[in-house]
Ligand binder design. Structure first.
Ligand code: CP
Length: 326
């Protein structure tokens, strides 16, 4: 029944529990089975920053468990625009919901909101700080992809690439990986967009190794290549963001030259498709190691598991099974 604000709240045991429950959600997500375990429950889905997959997959996950979803999108559509505090907003909206998911442009805002909430709050991304549910679905995806390749998370070599300064997904994922053994990080970014010192310290404190590279050169024997978008909404100006857009491009040619043929390609999405030199080229779409849409599908399973565990219904989902009639 508690909030999910940061990946710091998780240990290996609780992650395994989330993944076990996520595995049990497969037939419901595939619409082979239907459950009404959360019938009558209401999710307040509050998104004060643009989102496609996090917002819709939270809503879909809650619907698949039988619950209803109330949406609030955009700061200008809420009383926050009239100067209402996050605390008051939380007091009000938690009276209308059984659980709240929230995204907001400011670091720490979801934690601040949770102080006023009388129901559990799940962080759907707070500024450049954290995106814990994305990190869990990424880790779930890594585990599934590596099982396919016969490996496991301990001993993983991950290359993280692009905007490592503002990319909250790589911050949360790095912290989760610190819980495992013998992880190698290759961090590829311009130095202006380097991984924050706090994350580098966490990697060192956990006894892991990292290498920093400003260019894609040589051969990276990485198991995973995790590409990110230049988070232009966090820069001072569009001009500043444009200095970096298209710089850390990954396409089939670059992949073949610098990565192993088994390297799994991940990206939290959205990928920027507005320039010729986008960071993840469409010519990779037929590459079987491109896991981006397996990540988005896994997001529903992991978010179903987090709702079920937070609301304490994980063991009784199947008792509320109904037949599927279509
Ligand atoms: N990965 C992710 O957070 O995507 P959205 O911004 O579409 O939610």
């Amino acid at each position: 029944g508690s909030h999910i604000l940061s990946v710091n709240q998780f240990d290996r045991e609780s992650i395994e529990r989330v993944f076990d429950v996520a595995n049990q959600m497969v037939p419901y997500a595939k619409r082979q089975k239907r459950t009404t375990v959360l019938e009558g429950a209401i999710l307040g889905n509050l998104f004060f920053e643009p989102s496609t997959r996090t917002r819709v997959s939270f809503g879909t996950a809650f619907n698949l468990l039988g619950g209803e979803v109330r949406e609030t999108t955009g700061m200008s559509n809420s009383a926050l625009a009239k100067g209402e505090s996050l605390y008051d907003t939380a007091r009000v909206l938690s009276g209308y919901s059984d659980i709240i998911t929230m995204r907001h442009p400011d670091s720490g805002s979801v934690a601040e909101f949770s102080q006023g909430s009388r129901v559990p709050v799940i962080n759907g991304g707070d500024g450049a700080n954290e995106h814990p549910t994305q990190a869990l679905l990424d880790l779930y995806t890594i585990q599934k992809e590596l099982l396919y390749h016969g490996g496991n998370i301990d001993g993983l070599h991950i290359a993280m690439m692009g905007d490592l300064k503002y990319g909250r997904t790589v911050h949360s994922l790095s912290k989760l990986l610190c819980l495992f053994k013998n992880i190698r990080f290759t961090l590829i970014s311009p130095k202006e967009l380097a991984m924050p010192d706090s994350i580098l310290s966490a990697i060192e404190d956990a006894g892991h190794r990292y290498t920093i590279s400003e260019t894609i050169e040589g051969n990276f024997d990485a198991d995973i290549c995790y590409q990110t978008r230049v988070q232009e909404e966090r820069f001072g100006s569009q001009e500043e963001a444009n200095l970096y857009r298209g710089k850390f491009r990954l396409n089939q040619q670059i992949y073949t030259k610098h990565f192993q043929s088994k390297t799994v390609i991940m990206h939290p999405l959205p990928r920027d498709s507005r320039t010729e030199a986008n960071e993840l080229d469409n010519d990779l779409n037929m590459n079987p190691n491109l896991a981006i849409f397996r990540q988005t599908d896994n997001g529903v399973l992991v978010r179903m598991a987090l709702f079920a565990l937070t609301l304490g219904v994980e063991d009784i989902v199947s008792k509320f099974d109904k037949e599927v009639h279509w």
